[in-house]
Write a protein that binds this ligand. Structure first.
Ligand SMILES: [Zn+2]
Length: 385
């Protein structure tokens, strides 16, 4: 379909949507190849870090005059979640624009944000040399954020000293001051097999797991509420039994537990212990812990960003981001979560992002970076083909 009126940024977002980077398996190299070529055409020298077959991160730096000065990190991820079981009314990998909406898997989470970051970075680069700012700007795009930030973990050795992080996740271009963390816990209930015609001789692991899940409602912590909201405990995966006529002797269930600053991993662990205590054959294993992120709005850098955006409407997010890995490892610099996507549309059927929001976000990233670096001359605004 020809879509002649799209800006460079929307075209890039649409091209990224057309590259299927559903994780698993990811195949984010498709996106790093496209973006690396594009940055190369602008005279930049991105590093593509392939940390597993088909899984690649990208880092590109605009170096400041003072190599010791902390850099601004623009952070995005290239993978998306799957499509879900319900049908879409549009092609999820079509990257189609209808009115102000760019449709497709990843439009909101977060290929719209990645496209805005790349174009803002190119604009900065265009005026970089004659402006010679003191401080650096680093673009860091990762693979495998959706499955627990493995790409962010891999990218850490490539990053210089970082003074502040912008994460381009969906906030509808509002300033996000923090987000929840997550614990993924796997409950395993062991039972005893029997012929299904004699259930009295077995111990049905699926039934026991059902009882545990029913008890979750009462176990979900009421305490632990803070600026990040309430913690939540959600069963997301379940598997049990092997054949139709046998009492199942094993059932496993994954719980997605969202952590807050008032309800951390230790508190979540206590909830799991309490939940599983009545069932001696139930054990919980922790597969992943990603801590919450929160920056005070009084932080000097974040308050300049808030002033720059001119929006007093501060947000927090229920999802986690790569900042959960990046910020603690980089010495806890302030983090601003800000991207063009609509938070409620992430991971949804018929996901879309406002084209206007994507274009506006380029200007926002550019002005945040210019403020960080000192005076960089503004380049021309978005070019249309
Ligand atoms: Zn995301």
């Amino acid at each position: 379909m020809s879509q002649p009126c799209l800006t460079t940024t929307t075209q890039l977002a649409s091209r990224l949507i057309r590259l299927d980077t559903t994780n698993p398996p990811g195949n984010e190299s498709r996106a790093t190849t496209l973006i690396a070529e594009r940055l190369g055409d602008s005279g930049l020298e991105p590093t593509v870090q392939t940390w597993e077959e088909g899984r690649a991160n990208l880092v590109c730096t605009l170096p400041g005059a003072d190599p010791g000065a902390p850099a601004l990190l623009l952070s995005g991820h290239l993978d998306t979640v799957g499509l879900g079981a319900q049908p879409w009314s549009v092609d999820p990998f079509g990257g189609i624009v209808d009115g102000d909406r760019l449709y497709g898997r990843g439009a909101t989470d977060m290929k719209g944000g990645v496209a805005a970051m790349v174009v803002a970075f190119e604009r900065l680069a265009a005026s970089w040399h004659h402006a010679s700012p003191a401080r650096s700007v680093v673009l860091a795009l990762t693979a495998s954020e959706e499955s627990g930030c493995q790409g962010a973990q891999a990218i850490l050795p490539l990053l210089p000293t970082i003074g502040a992080i912008v994460v381009g996740e969906a906030t509808a271009n509002h300033v996000g001051v923090g987000h929840k963390g997550v614990m993924w816990a796997r409950l395993r209930v062991d039972g005893r097999t029997a012929h299904a015609s004699r259930p009295d001789l077995g111990d049905n692991a699926v039934v026991r797991m059902a009882e545990l899940i029913s008890a979750l409602e009462a176990t979900t912590p009421a305490a632990g509420e803070c600026i990040l909201g309430r913690p939540t405990v959600t069963p997301t995966l379940i598997a049990g039994g092997s054949v139709r006529n046998m009492v199942p002797d094993l059932c496993e269930c994954t719980l997605d537990i969202r952590l807050t600053t008032a309800f951390g991993a230790a508190a979540a662990r206590r909830v799991l212990d309490h939940l599983t205590a009545p069932v001696p054959t139930c054990h919980a294993e922790i597969d992943l812990v990603v801590p919450p992120v929160l920056t005070s709005e009084q932080d000097p850098w974040l308050s300049t960003v808030i002033e720059l955006i001119g929006s007093p409407d501060l947000r927090t997010a229920a999802y986690f981001t790569d900042a959960s890995v990046l910020a603690p490892a980089l010495g806890d610099p302030p983090v601003c979560i800000l991207g063009p996507g609509e938070p409620a549309l992430a991971h949804q059927v018929d996901e879309w992002c406002s084209v206007q929001a994507i274009d506006d976000c380029v200007d926002i990233y550019q002005s945040i970076a210019e403020r960080w670096c000192g005076a960089v001359e503004s380049t021309t605004s978005e070019t249309k083909p």
